[in-house]
Design a protein around this ligand. Structure first.
Ligand code: FAD
Length: 401
Protein backbone atom coordinates (compact mmCIF):
# COMPACT_ATOMS: atom_id res chain seq x y z
CA UNK A 1 0.00 0.00 0.00
CA UNK A 2 1.19 3.49 -0.83
CA UNK A 3 1.09 5.80 2.18
CA UNK A 4 2.45 8.83 0.34
CA UNK A 5 0.54 12.04 1.01
CA UNK A 6 0.32 14.07 -2.21
CA UNK A 7 1.97 17.50 -2.40
CA UNK A 8 -1.49 19.07 -2.71
CA UNK A 9 -2.71 17.38 0.47
CA UNK A 10 0.53 18.15 2.31
CA UNK A 11 0.06 21.85 1.54
CA UNK A 12 -3.60 21.81 2.56
CA UNK A 13 -2.82 20.07 5.86
CA UNK A 14 0.04 22.44 6.66
CA UNK A 15 -2.22 25.44 6.02
CA UNK A 16 -4.94 23.95 8.23
CA UNK A 17 -2.51 23.02 11.01
CA UNK A 18 -1.21 26.57 11.08
CA UNK A 19 -4.70 28.08 11.08
CA UNK A 20 -5.84 25.83 13.93
CA UNK A 21 -2.72 26.70 15.91
CA UNK A 22 -2.76 30.47 15.38
CA UNK A 23 -6.46 31.32 15.01
CA UNK A 24 -8.56 28.67 16.75
CA UNK A 25 -6.68 27.26 19.73
CA UNK A 26 -6.37 30.79 21.22
CA UNK A 27 -10.19 31.01 21.13
CA UNK A 28 -10.68 27.87 23.22
CA UNK A 29 -10.89 29.60 26.64
CA UNK A 30 -14.03 31.37 25.35
CA UNK A 31 -15.71 27.95 25.31
CA UNK A 32 -15.66 27.92 29.08
CA UNK A 33 -16.85 31.46 29.65
CA UNK A 34 -19.23 32.31 26.79
CA UNK A 35 -22.21 30.82 25.05
CA UNK A 36 -21.68 29.55 21.50
CA UNK A 37 -23.98 32.30 20.27
CA UNK A 38 -21.72 34.92 21.83
CA UNK A 39 -18.74 33.40 20.03
CA UNK A 40 -20.47 33.51 16.63
CA UNK A 41 -19.27 36.95 15.43
CA UNK A 42 -15.64 35.93 15.92
CA UNK A 43 -16.26 32.45 14.51
CA UNK A 44 -17.84 34.01 11.41
CA UNK A 45 -14.74 36.15 10.89
CA UNK A 46 -12.59 33.00 11.05
CA UNK A 47 -14.92 31.28 8.59
CA UNK A 48 -14.47 34.21 6.22
CA UNK A 49 -10.70 33.83 6.44
CA UNK A 50 -11.05 30.12 5.63
CA UNK A 51 -13.17 30.93 2.55
CA UNK A 52 -10.53 33.42 1.38
CA UNK A 53 -7.89 30.70 1.74
CA UNK A 54 -10.14 28.47 -0.44
CA UNK A 55 -10.25 25.80 2.26
CA UNK A 56 -14.01 25.96 2.92
CA UNK A 57 -16.12 22.76 3.02
CA UNK A 58 -13.24 20.37 2.23
CA UNK A 59 -15.21 17.22 1.41
CA UNK A 60 -18.35 18.76 -0.05
CA UNK A 61 -19.16 18.79 -3.78
CA UNK A 62 -17.28 21.43 -5.79
CA UNK A 63 -20.48 22.30 -7.74
CA UNK A 64 -21.91 23.54 -4.42
CA UNK A 65 -18.80 25.41 -3.36
CA UNK A 66 -16.82 22.70 -1.55
CA UNK A 67 -13.29 21.47 -2.26
CA UNK A 68 -14.41 17.98 -3.33
CA UNK A 69 -11.76 16.03 -1.38
CA UNK A 70 -12.19 12.26 -1.36
CA UNK A 71 -12.73 10.23 1.81
CA UNK A 72 -9.06 9.43 2.51
CA UNK A 73 -8.07 13.05 1.86
CA UNK A 74 -10.84 14.30 4.10
CA UNK A 75 -9.69 11.82 6.77
CA UNK A 76 -6.32 13.59 6.84
CA UNK A 77 -8.02 16.98 7.00
CA UNK A 78 -10.25 15.78 9.81
CA UNK A 79 -7.21 14.76 11.84
CA UNK A 80 -5.76 18.23 11.48
CA UNK A 81 -9.00 20.07 12.34
CA UNK A 82 -9.93 17.66 15.15
CA UNK A 83 -7.17 19.04 17.40
CA UNK A 84 -9.47 21.92 18.30
CA UNK A 85 -13.22 21.56 19.04
CA UNK A 86 -13.87 24.55 16.75
CA UNK A 87 -11.92 23.19 13.75
CA UNK A 88 -14.66 21.43 11.81
CA UNK A 89 -17.20 24.16 12.44
CA UNK A 90 -14.92 26.92 11.20
CA UNK A 91 -13.98 24.98 8.05
CA UNK A 92 -17.62 24.11 7.22
CA UNK A 93 -17.35 20.33 7.60
CA UNK A 94 -18.99 19.78 10.99
CA UNK A 95 -21.53 17.19 12.10
CA UNK A 96 -24.47 16.90 11.78
CA UNK A 97 -24.54 19.18 8.70
CA UNK A 98 -21.82 17.14 6.96
CA UNK A 99 -23.95 13.98 7.01
CA UNK A 100 -27.10 15.85 6.00
CA UNK A 101 -25.23 17.43 3.08
CA UNK A 102 -24.17 13.98 1.88
CA UNK A 103 -27.68 12.57 1.84
CA UNK A 104 -29.23 15.72 0.35
CA UNK A 105 -26.63 15.52 -2.39
CA UNK A 106 -27.39 11.83 -3.03
CA UNK A 107 -31.18 11.83 -2.60
CA UNK A 108 -32.44 15.42 -2.70
CA UNK A 109 -34.77 16.62 -5.45
CA UNK A 110 -33.67 19.65 -7.46
CA UNK A 111 -35.96 21.80 -5.33
CA UNK A 112 -34.59 20.37 -2.06
CA UNK A 113 -31.03 20.92 -3.26
CA UNK A 114 -31.75 24.52 -4.13
CA UNK A 115 -33.60 25.27 -0.91
CA UNK A 116 -31.61 23.26 1.65
CA UNK A 117 -28.36 21.87 0.24
CA UNK A 118 -26.96 25.05 -1.32
CA UNK A 119 -27.25 27.31 1.75
CA UNK A 120 -26.12 24.44 4.01
CA UNK A 121 -22.84 23.90 2.14
CA UNK A 122 -22.37 27.67 2.04
CA UNK A 123 -22.66 27.77 5.84
CA UNK A 124 -25.58 30.23 5.67
CA UNK A 125 -27.89 27.89 7.59
CA UNK A 126 -27.55 24.88 9.90
CA UNK A 127 -29.50 21.64 10.16
CA UNK A 128 -30.00 18.67 12.50
CA UNK A 129 -30.81 14.98 12.34
CA UNK A 130 -33.68 13.73 14.49
CA UNK A 131 -33.82 9.97 14.92
CA UNK A 132 -33.27 8.86 18.54
CA UNK A 133 -36.33 8.70 20.79
CA UNK A 134 -36.52 9.18 24.54
CA UNK A 135 -38.35 5.98 25.44
CA UNK A 136 -36.98 3.56 22.85
CA UNK A 137 -33.48 2.14 22.28
CA UNK A 138 -31.40 4.20 19.90
CA UNK A 139 -29.19 1.12 19.51
CA UNK A 140 -32.14 -0.62 17.84
CA UNK A 141 -33.80 2.28 15.99
CA UNK A 142 -36.26 0.09 14.09
CA UNK A 143 -38.19 0.36 17.35
CA UNK A 144 -39.60 3.79 16.58
CA UNK A 145 -42.78 5.50 17.73
CA UNK A 146 -42.64 8.68 15.67
CA UNK A 147 -45.05 8.55 12.75
CA UNK A 148 -45.49 10.58 9.57
CA UNK A 149 -49.03 9.96 8.34
CA UNK A 150 -50.27 11.13 4.94
CA UNK A 151 -53.10 13.63 5.00
CA UNK A 152 -54.02 15.27 1.69
CA UNK A 153 -50.74 16.53 0.17
CA UNK A 154 -48.98 16.53 3.53
CA UNK A 155 -47.30 14.33 6.11
CA UNK A 156 -48.42 14.91 9.68
CA UNK A 157 -45.62 14.05 12.12
CA UNK A 158 -46.08 13.07 15.76
CA UNK A 159 -43.39 11.85 18.14
CA UNK A 160 -40.81 12.69 20.78
CA UNK A 161 -37.11 12.76 19.91
CA UNK A 162 -34.05 13.66 21.88
CA UNK A 163 -30.35 14.12 21.35
CA UNK A 164 -31.14 16.02 18.17
CA UNK A 165 -27.70 17.62 18.04
CA UNK A 166 -27.53 21.29 17.00
CA UNK A 167 -31.32 21.69 16.68
CA UNK A 168 -31.14 25.01 18.56
CA UNK A 169 -31.40 27.69 15.82
CA UNK A 170 -31.14 25.11 13.01
CA UNK A 171 -33.15 25.94 9.89
CA UNK A 172 -34.43 22.42 9.31
CA UNK A 173 -34.39 18.90 10.72
CA UNK A 174 -34.18 15.64 8.84
CA UNK A 175 -36.62 13.52 10.80
CA UNK A 176 -36.86 9.73 10.82
CA UNK A 177 -40.49 8.65 11.14
CA UNK A 178 -42.56 5.56 10.46
CA UNK A 179 -44.47 6.00 7.19
CA UNK A 180 -45.12 2.34 6.31
CA UNK A 181 -46.05 0.50 9.54
CA UNK A 182 -47.03 -2.70 7.71
CA UNK A 183 -43.69 -3.07 5.87
CA UNK A 184 -40.76 -5.25 7.10
CA UNK A 185 -38.96 -3.49 10.03
CA UNK A 186 -36.13 -1.97 7.97
CA UNK A 187 -38.54 -0.56 5.37
CA UNK A 188 -40.99 1.11 7.75
CA UNK A 189 -39.35 4.49 8.23
CA UNK A 190 -38.63 7.43 5.95
CA UNK A 191 -36.66 10.65 6.17
CA UNK A 192 -38.67 13.85 6.02
CA UNK A 193 -37.32 17.40 5.90
CA UNK A 194 -38.99 19.57 8.53
CA UNK A 195 -38.27 23.33 8.64
CA UNK A 196 -37.90 24.21 12.30
CA UNK A 197 -40.38 27.09 12.03
CA UNK A 198 -43.17 24.64 11.13
CA UNK A 199 -46.00 24.79 13.69
CA UNK A 200 -45.78 21.61 15.79
CA UNK A 201 -41.97 21.53 15.80
CA UNK A 202 -41.44 22.15 19.51
CA UNK A 203 -37.93 22.38 20.90
CA UNK A 204 -38.62 21.41 24.52
CA UNK A 205 -35.13 21.99 25.90
CA UNK A 206 -31.44 21.74 25.26
CA UNK A 207 -30.53 18.69 27.32
CA UNK A 208 -27.89 19.24 29.97
CA UNK A 209 -24.99 16.96 29.00
CA UNK A 210 -22.12 16.51 31.48
CA UNK A 211 -23.17 19.69 33.23
CA UNK A 212 -23.68 21.82 30.10
CA UNK A 213 -26.91 22.73 28.35
CA UNK A 214 -24.94 24.33 25.57
CA UNK A 215 -26.61 26.38 22.85
CA UNK A 216 -26.76 26.85 19.10
CA UNK A 217 -24.53 24.35 17.26
CA UNK A 218 -23.04 23.09 20.53
CA UNK A 219 -26.22 21.58 21.96
CA UNK A 220 -28.47 18.51 21.96
CA UNK A 221 -32.21 19.07 22.00
CA UNK A 222 -35.35 17.26 23.00
CA UNK A 223 -38.05 17.85 20.41
CA UNK A 224 -41.75 17.18 20.47
CA UNK A 225 -43.37 16.83 17.06
CA UNK A 226 -47.04 17.57 17.57
CA UNK A 227 -49.27 17.36 14.49
CA UNK A 228 -46.33 18.85 12.63
CA UNK A 229 -47.49 19.20 9.02
CA UNK A 230 -45.11 19.36 6.05
CA UNK A 231 -45.76 18.83 2.33
CA UNK A 232 -45.13 15.31 0.99
CA UNK A 233 -42.56 16.77 -1.37
CA UNK A 234 -40.36 17.11 1.75
CA UNK A 235 -39.78 13.35 1.70
CA UNK A 236 -36.04 12.72 1.26
CA UNK A 237 -35.38 9.73 -1.01
CA UNK A 238 -37.91 6.95 -1.57
CA UNK A 239 -40.61 6.30 1.02
CA UNK A 240 -39.62 3.49 3.41
CA UNK A 241 -35.90 3.93 2.68
CA UNK A 242 -35.05 5.84 5.86
CA UNK A 243 -32.77 3.13 7.27
CA UNK A 244 -31.07 2.50 3.94
CA UNK A 245 -30.23 6.20 3.68
CA UNK A 246 -29.23 6.34 7.37
CA UNK A 247 -26.64 3.63 6.72
CA UNK A 248 -25.23 5.65 3.83
CA UNK A 249 -25.04 8.65 6.13
CA UNK A 250 -23.37 6.75 8.96
CA UNK A 251 -20.64 5.01 6.90
CA UNK A 252 -18.59 8.06 5.91
CA UNK A 253 -19.72 9.80 9.13
CA UNK A 254 -17.90 7.18 11.22
CA UNK A 255 -14.69 7.71 9.22
CA UNK A 256 -15.00 11.49 9.77
CA UNK A 257 -15.55 11.07 13.52
CA UNK A 258 -12.70 8.55 13.90
CA UNK A 259 -10.19 10.79 12.16
CA UNK A 260 -11.39 13.76 14.21
CA UNK A 261 -10.77 11.64 17.33
CA UNK A 262 -7.22 10.93 16.11
CA UNK A 263 -6.77 14.72 15.98
CA UNK A 264 -7.96 14.94 19.60
CA UNK A 265 -5.58 12.12 20.58
CA UNK A 266 -2.65 13.96 18.94
CA UNK A 267 -3.50 17.12 20.84
CA UNK A 268 -3.87 15.31 24.18
CA UNK A 269 -0.65 13.38 23.48
CA UNK A 270 1.26 16.61 22.81
CA UNK A 271 -0.02 18.12 26.05
CA UNK A 272 0.88 14.95 27.95
CA UNK A 273 4.47 14.93 26.63
CA UNK A 274 4.99 18.67 27.25
CA UNK A 275 3.66 18.42 30.79
CA UNK A 276 5.75 15.34 31.56
CA UNK A 277 8.88 17.17 30.42
CA UNK A 278 8.24 20.34 32.40
CA UNK A 279 6.59 19.13 35.62
CA UNK A 280 9.21 18.72 38.32
CA UNK A 281 8.24 16.11 40.88
CA UNK A 282 11.45 16.10 42.91
CA UNK A 283 14.32 18.64 42.91
CA UNK A 284 16.18 17.04 40.00
CA UNK A 285 13.49 14.99 38.29
CA UNK A 286 10.57 15.61 35.97
CA UNK A 287 7.57 13.37 35.42
CA UNK A 288 9.11 12.36 32.09
CA UNK A 289 11.85 10.47 33.97
CA UNK A 290 9.34 8.02 35.45
CA UNK A 291 8.96 4.69 33.68
CA UNK A 292 5.22 4.53 34.21
CA UNK A 293 4.80 7.84 32.38
CA UNK A 294 7.18 6.71 29.63
CA UNK A 295 5.09 3.58 29.29
CA UNK A 296 1.89 5.66 28.86
CA UNK A 297 3.66 7.76 26.24
CA UNK A 298 4.86 4.74 24.28
CA UNK A 299 1.52 2.94 24.56
CA UNK A 300 -0.37 6.05 23.49
CA UNK A 301 1.93 6.55 20.49
CA UNK A 302 1.30 2.94 19.43
CA UNK A 303 -2.46 3.20 20.03
CA UNK A 304 -2.74 6.41 18.01
CA UNK A 305 -0.64 5.05 15.15
CA UNK A 306 -2.62 1.80 15.00
CA UNK A 307 -5.91 3.70 15.12
CA UNK A 308 -4.88 6.08 12.37
CA UNK A 309 -3.75 3.31 10.02
CA UNK A 310 -6.97 1.38 10.65
CA UNK A 311 -9.12 4.41 9.85
CA UNK A 312 -7.21 5.31 6.70
CA UNK A 313 -7.47 1.71 5.54
CA UNK A 314 -11.22 1.65 6.21
CA UNK A 315 -11.59 4.95 4.31
CA UNK A 316 -9.54 3.59 1.42
CA UNK A 317 -11.62 0.40 1.30
CA UNK A 318 -14.89 2.30 1.40
CA UNK A 319 -13.72 4.65 -1.30
CA UNK A 320 -12.47 1.89 -3.61
CA UNK A 321 -14.78 -1.06 -2.89
CA UNK A 322 -17.90 0.60 -1.47
CA UNK A 323 -19.71 0.80 1.85
CA UNK A 324 -20.86 -2.83 1.89
CA UNK A 325 -17.35 -4.22 1.48
CA UNK A 326 -15.99 -1.91 4.20
CA UNK A 327 -18.71 -2.63 6.77
CA UNK A 328 -16.55 -4.75 9.05
CA UNK A 329 -13.62 -2.29 8.98
CA UNK A 330 -16.01 0.55 9.84
CA UNK A 331 -17.39 -1.33 12.85
CA UNK A 332 -13.84 -2.16 13.97
CA UNK A 333 -12.64 1.43 13.86
CA UNK A 334 -15.81 2.80 15.48
CA UNK A 335 -15.26 1.00 18.78
CA UNK A 336 -11.46 0.70 18.62
CA UNK A 337 -10.72 4.38 17.98
CA UNK A 338 -13.36 5.52 20.50
CA UNK A 339 -11.52 3.35 23.07
CA UNK A 340 -8.11 4.76 22.11
CA UNK A 341 -9.51 8.28 22.40
CA UNK A 342 -10.78 7.61 25.88
CA UNK A 343 -7.51 6.00 27.02
CA UNK A 344 -5.25 8.71 25.60
CA UNK A 345 -7.31 11.62 26.96
CA UNK A 346 -7.50 9.92 30.34
CA UNK A 347 -3.71 9.36 30.50
CA UNK A 348 -3.05 12.97 29.45
CA UNK A 349 -5.44 14.22 32.12
CA UNK A 350 -3.80 12.02 34.76
CA UNK A 351 -0.33 13.35 33.88
CA UNK A 352 -1.67 16.88 34.49
CA UNK A 353 -2.92 15.93 37.97
CA UNK A 354 -5.23 18.57 39.47
CA UNK A 355 -4.57 20.86 36.52
CA UNK A 356 -6.11 18.22 34.24
CA UNK A 357 -9.42 18.52 36.09
CA UNK A 358 -9.54 22.29 35.65
CA UNK A 359 -10.74 24.17 32.61
CA UNK A 360 -7.29 25.76 32.24
CA UNK A 361 -6.44 23.15 29.59
CA UNK A 362 -8.65 21.69 26.85
CA UNK A 363 -8.34 18.20 28.36
CA UNK A 364 -11.35 18.56 30.66
CA UNK A 365 -13.45 19.58 27.65
CA UNK A 366 -12.32 16.49 25.72
CA UNK A 367 -12.92 14.30 28.75
CA UNK A 368 -16.48 15.59 29.22
CA UNK A 369 -17.70 15.78 25.67
CA UNK A 370 -15.85 13.01 23.89
CA UNK A 371 -16.99 10.24 26.25
CA UNK A 372 -20.02 10.11 23.99
CA UNK A 373 -17.83 8.66 21.22
CA UNK A 374 -18.58 5.18 22.55
CA UNK A 375 -22.33 5.86 22.34
CA UNK A 376 -23.33 7.83 19.24
CA UNK A 377 -23.19 6.44 15.70
CA UNK A 378 -23.55 2.95 17.12
CA UNK A 379 -22.75 1.93 20.70
CA UNK A 380 -19.53 -0.08 21.20
CA UNK A 381 -21.37 -3.27 22.07
CA UNK A 382 -23.47 -3.37 18.89
CA UNK A 383 -20.39 -2.88 16.69
CA UNK A 384 -18.51 -5.59 18.59
CA UNK A 385 -21.43 -8.00 18.33
CA UNK A 386 -21.78 -7.44 14.61
CA UNK A 387 -18.03 -8.00 13.98
CA UNK A 388 -17.94 -11.10 16.20
CA UNK A 389 -21.02 -12.60 14.57
CA UNK A 390 -19.52 -12.27 11.12
CA UNK A 391 -16.24 -13.83 12.26
CA UNK A 392 -18.02 -16.69 14.02
CA UNK A 393 -20.17 -17.38 10.95
CA UNK A 394 -16.99 -17.82 8.92
CA UNK A 395 -15.56 -20.26 11.46
CA UNK A 396 -18.86 -22.12 11.62
CA UNK A 397 -18.87 -22.49 7.84
CA UNK A 398 -15.28 -23.82 7.93
CA UNK A 399 -16.20 -26.30 10.68
CA UNK A 400 -19.11 -27.66 8.62
CA UNK A 401 -16.78 -28.26 5.65
C1 FAD B 1 -23.47 13.43 22.30
C2 FAD B 1 -24.54 12.68 21.58
C3 FAD B 1 -25.01 13.16 20.36
C4 FAD B 1 -26.04 12.51 19.69
N1 FAD B 1 -26.55 13.05 18.53
C5 FAD B 1 -27.63 12.49 17.95
C6 FAD B 1 -28.26 13.12 16.83
O1 FAD B 1 -27.82 14.17 16.34
N2 FAD B 1 -29.40 12.56 16.33
C7 FAD B 1 -29.92 11.42 16.84
O2 FAD B 1 -30.94 10.97 16.34
N3 FAD B 1 -29.34 10.79 17.91
C8 FAD B 1 -28.22 11.30 18.47
N4 FAD B 1 -27.65 10.71 19.58
C9 FAD B 1 -28.26 9.53 20.16
C10 FAD B 1 -27.46 8.26 19.95
O3 FAD B 1 -27.53 7.87 18.61
C11 FAD B 1 -28.02 7.19 20.92
O4 FAD B 1 -27.76 7.63 22.24
C12 FAD B 1 -27.39 5.83 20.67
O5 FAD B 1 -27.86 5.29 19.45
C13 FAD B 1 -27.72 4.84 21.80
O6 FAD B 1 -29.07 4.78 22.01
P1 FAD B 1 -29.68 4.94 23.49
O7 FAD B 1 -29.09 6.15 24.10
O8 FAD B 1 -31.15 4.86 23.38
O9 FAD B 1 -29.11 3.70 24.30
P2 FAD B 1 -29.76 2.23 24.39
O10 FAD B 1 -30.15 1.74 23.04
O11 FAD B 1 -30.80 2.25 25.45
O12 FAD B 1 -28.51 1.38 24.89
C14 FAD B 1 -27.98 1.59 26.22
C15 FAD B 1 -26.74 0.74 26.40
O13 FAD B 1 -27.09 -0.63 26.29
C16 FAD B 1 -26.02 -1.38 25.74
N5 FAD B 1 -26.54 -2.08 24.57
C17 FAD B 1 -27.39 -1.62 23.62
N6 FAD B 1 -27.63 -2.56 22.70
C18 FAD B 1 -26.94 -3.65 23.08
C19 FAD B 1 -26.78 -4.96 22.54
N7 FAD B 1 -27.39 -5.34 21.41
N8 FAD B 1 -25.99 -5.83 23.21
C20 FAD B 1 -25.35 -5.47 24.35
N9 FAD B 1 -25.45 -4.23 24.91
C21 FAD B 1 -26.24 -3.35 24.27
C22 FAD B 1 -24.92 -0.38 25.38
O14 FAD B 1 -23.94 -0.37 26.39
C23 FAD B 1 -25.65 0.95 25.35
O15 FAD B 1 -24.79 2.04 25.66
C24 FAD B 1 -26.58 11.32 20.24
C25 FAD B 1 -26.08 10.82 21.45
C26 FAD B 1 -25.07 11.48 22.11
C27 FAD B 1 -24.60 10.94 23.43
Amino acid sequence: MDFTVSDKMQTIIEMMDEFVEKELIPMEPMFFTQSFREMLPELNEKRQMVRQMELWAPQHPPEYGGMGLDLVEFGLVSESLGRCPLGHYVFGCHAPDAGNIEILHLYGTDEQKEKYLKPLVAGEIRSCFSMTEVDLPGSNPVMMDTTAVKDGDDYVINGQKWYTTAADRAKFAIVMAVTNPEAPPYLRASMVIVPTDTPGFNLVRNISVMGHEGDDWASHAEILYQSCRVPQKNLLGPEGHGFVIAQERLGPGRIHHCMRWIGICNRAFGLMCSRALTRTISPDKTLASKQIIQSWIAESAADIQAAKLMVLHAAWKMQNLGLKEAREEISLIKFFVAGVLQKVVDRALQVHGGLGMTDDTILSHFYRFERAARIYDGVDEVHKISVARRILREYEAKAVQ
